[in-house]
Design a protein around this ligand. Sequence first.
Ligand code: NCD
Ligand code: ZN
Length: 425
Amino acid sequence: MKTTIKNGRVIDPAQNIDAVMDVRIVSGRIEQIGKNLESGADEQVIDATGLVVTPGLVDIHVHLRDPGYEYKEDIVSGTRAAAAGGFTSVACMPNTNPCNDNKAITRYIIQKAQLEGFANVFPICSITKGQKGDSLVEMGDLKLAGCVGFSDDGLNVEDGAMLRHAMEYAHGFAMPIIAHSEDESIKNGGVMNEGALSTELGLSGNPWVSEAASVARDIMLAELTGAHLHVCHISSRRTVELVRAAKQRGVHVTCEVTPHHFTLTEQAVRGYDVNAKVGPPLRTAEDVAAMKEGLRDGTIDAIATDHAPHHIDDKNMEFSYAAYGMIGLETALPLALRLVNEGILSLQEVIALLSYKAAKALGIPRGTLAIGAAADVAILNLEHTWEATRQNIKSRSFNTPFENLSMKGKAVMTLRDGKVMHDEV
Ligand code: NCD
Ligand code: ZN
């Protein structure tokens, strides 16, 4: 099977490519990139005139809810949403039921994704069995089964000695510890950012310190053990400062930010919008500015969605009781592209943060159109304006605070291994 994507503006930050060219795919791999490539009569030709051709995007933080919570999302619906968002690879968190803390679940996820999925799925397994915080998983086994990192995401590893040992083992296996860093005692059940607004709304507050204090500890443990610490979904100015300083002194730390944390402030919670309830909470304008600065100066390694689908029955209740999380796979690209319009990042930088830089942060071998690489490609229409509605979103859940917000930019075609996974050209 041969395909040529013609006349698109090809942007591949990993190779420093940005030019109008053709991309030729043979047997699921990138065969050639160049101007005016010849294509044989038997070849599929995709006309990308006026469109941008990039590596398939890579999202290193999603919740596919499979096994166990398929009423919220499953591997098929979640990867379909990924493809619709331009993503060809996702790394999925282990807070399923049962938890992905053993190779049987890991194999199930990989196999189902291969057989029925619309994107590559790289499982992340838990750090502790059942994410209960009291005994470590079989790390070597899980690496062999195909996991790309360890995370108790959704929960903090409260016991510092446990996390230290996890880092020592993970380091031995050259695997990252992916930390959901929120000190539970400081968080103290707070359901939104702590400040004047939480007082005004009468909601319990979760201060920035819950995150920053935990990240400070985690960075010190990474420094002690030499392990690679990847900090999930950072939200506060102080956290960016901590990661920046740690990088400067050579600690092996990477981090990610979600589109919602660089787009929205706590003001989105006004009106008690349960779709703006997320962990860590949306914070202040000052924090949002710090996220943008962290993206600009390279402190932040990746944009990751933390796609966290929830059924309306998990959300439709008093704010304090509603589940934490929002979907993100299909709105990430247009929200990230706003950073280009704001003059904070170049288009190449946004694509890099959503592809090879993200993949690199977890050591996933994806995110480039290099010759010989898997033909995972996104074709983007940067001018297309649209709104997220229940009808046009592929995710099984529709918990988003971005409903009816005008979005600009859309993946109009997504190919994985050279095969079309999403097509709205
Ligand atoms: C996530 C979920 O729903 O699993 N929720 C969230 O608010 N982010 C867990 C997580 O990523 O921490
Ligand atoms: Zn998390």
